[in-house]
Design a protein around this ligand. Structure first.
Ligand code: 1HN
Length: 349
C-alpha cells in the first residue's frame, strides 16, 4: 500500500510552520514523502566518460601544474546530476590521475580509503606502508584508510589511473582527517612484492592476526586476475545477470578487500547479453577489454576499453558484449551490507 501523501497546506498550518521555523523546528508530515521514499530516489544519473577525451584533458593539465604543486594531479569525474560535490555516485568519488615521468605525488595520509585502477603506462609506482609496488595496466591497487602513500614515475611514459575513494561516505560521517608527511617520499623498508608473497599465494603467515579492515595485499595484479577469469571461462558457466563475475577479497577473512568500497572484475563472453539487474549499490564500471553497450534506465551507452560509466542505485541495467569483454567495477556494496541496506533484483532470472 502507498504511504499517506503530503497533507494539505492550509493557512493555519503554514502559519504554524513559520512560527516553529524560527525555533529550528519543522513538521515531519510536510517532508515525510520526500525523505522516506518507497524506492531509492537519487540525483545520480547514468553517464559515460570517453577515455580518449579524458586523457586529452589530463595530458593538457600536465602542462598547467605539477603533481607536487597539485598534491595530486587529478581531474574529478563528477556525476552530471550532482555537479560541484566531487561525487560520481552519491557515496563514491572517482577521478583520473596523471603522474608524468620523474614526478612525485608527495606522501600523505587520510581517513578516506582509495583504490587505483591502472589505465595507461607501465611501471610507475605507489608506496604504501613502507612497500613500493610497480603498477601495470589493469592492476587494482589499494590505499587503506590512514596509510601513508606517495606515487612516483621513474619510467619515460605518463602514468594514468582511475582513483576511486569513499570521500562522500567519510564526509557524511564528518570523520575526515588528513596530514602530509615530512618528506616527499616515505621510507621504504619492505621488499617490492613482499606483501603479495606473504598474503597473495593462498597462504598466510602462520600466526597472522587480523589487525586491519583492509586487505594486506595492496596490488592485485591484472595478469593474475585475468588468468583466473581465462581458466574459469572454459567451464562455460555464465550467470544470467553477470556473466562471470568475481569480487576482490581480503585473503585473511574472505571479506571484501576494502572496508567501504567493493571492487569486482567480470568477463562477458563475445555476444553475451546479460539479463536485467538492479541493485542499491550504484556502480562505476571500467571496461579493460572488448567493446559493447550497456542499457541503463533505458539509455544506451556504447563503451570500449578504459571508458568509464556509472549505473545509479536501483536503475535497471543490462550489458551486451560485442567482443569478449572484461569489466572492472566498484561500488559501496560492502558498506551497505554492513549496515543491512544492500538489496538486489535479478528481474526474471
Ligand atoms: C588522494 O590521496 C589521491 O593518493 C588521489 O593519489 C585522489 C582525492 C581526494 C583526496 C585524496 C592519491 C584523492 C586523494
Amino acid at each position: 500500500m502507498a504511504l499517506t501523501g503530503k497533507p494539505e497546506e492550509t493557512p493555519e498550518r503554514l502559519a504554524f510552520y513559520e512560527k516553529i521555523d524560527e525555533h529550528a523546528m519543522t513538521p515531519l508530515w510536510a517532508v515525510f514523502s520526500d525523505i522516506i521514499t518507497p524506492e531509492p530516489k537519487s540525483g545520480c544519473q547514468p553517464h559515460l566518460w570517453r577515455y580518449d577525451k579524458a586523457r586529452e584533458f589530463l595530458l593538457e593539465s600536465g602542462g598547467l601544474i605539477t603533481a607536487k604543486e597539485a598534491e595530486r594531479r587529478v581531474l574529478i569525474l563528477e556525476n552530471p546530476g550532482m555537479r560541484g560535490s566531487s561525487q560520481i555516485t552519491t557515496s563514491l568519488y572517482a577521478g583520473l590521475q596523471l603522474v608524468l615521468p620523474d614526478e612525485v605525488a608527495p606522501a600523505h595520509r587520510h581517513s578516506q580509503s582509495a583504490l587505483r585502477f591502472v589505465l595507461d603506462g607501465a611501471g610507475a609506482h605507489t608506496s604504501v606502508n613502507g612497500e613500493r609496488t610497480n603498477m601495470q595496466f589493469g592492476d587494482f591497487v589499494i590505499t587503506p584508510p590512514g596509510a601513508w602513500h606517495d606515487h612516483g614515475n621513474h619510467t619515460d611514459e605518463p602514468m594514468i589511473w582511475l582513483d576511486g575513494l569513499d570521500i562522500p561516505i567519510v564526509g557524511f560521517f564528518d570523520a575526515s582527517f588528513a596530514e602530509g608527511y615530512v618528506a616527499d617520499e616515505q621510507p621504504i623498508n619492505r621488499q617490492t612484492g613482499d606483501s603479495f608473497a606473504r598474503y597473495g599465494a593462498n597462504m598466510l603467515p602462520v600466526d597472522h592476526k587480523q589487525d586491519k579492515l583492509a586487505s594486506p595485499i595492496f596490488n592485485y595484479p591484472y595478469a593474475r586476475s585475468r588468468e583466473a577469469l581465462e581458466a574459469m571461462k572454459a567451464q562455460q558457466e555464465w550467470d544470467p545477470c553477470h556473466g562471470l563475475k568475481m569480487r576482490y577479497v581480503n585473503p585473511v577473512d574472505g571479506g571484501w578487500a576494502m572496508p567501504t568500497i567493493a571492487p569486482f572484475l567480470q568477463l562477458l563472453p563475445k555476444g553475451f547479453k546479460t539479463a536485467a539487474y538492479r541493485s542499491t549499490d550504484a556502480t562505476v564500471f571500467v571496461p579493460t577489454e572488448g567493446r559493447g553497450r550497456s542499457t541503463i534506465d533505458g539509455q544506451v551507452f556504447e563503451w570500449g576499453p578504459k571508458d568509464i560509466f556509472v549505473v545509479p542505485s536501483w536503475k535497471w541495467v543490462h550489458h551486451e558484449a560485442e567482443d569478449e569483454a572484461v569489466l572492472f567495477s566498484y561500488s559501496d556494496r560492502v558498506a551497505q551490507q554492513k549496515l543491512g541496506l544492500f538489496k538486489e533484483d535479478r528481474g526474471n532470472s
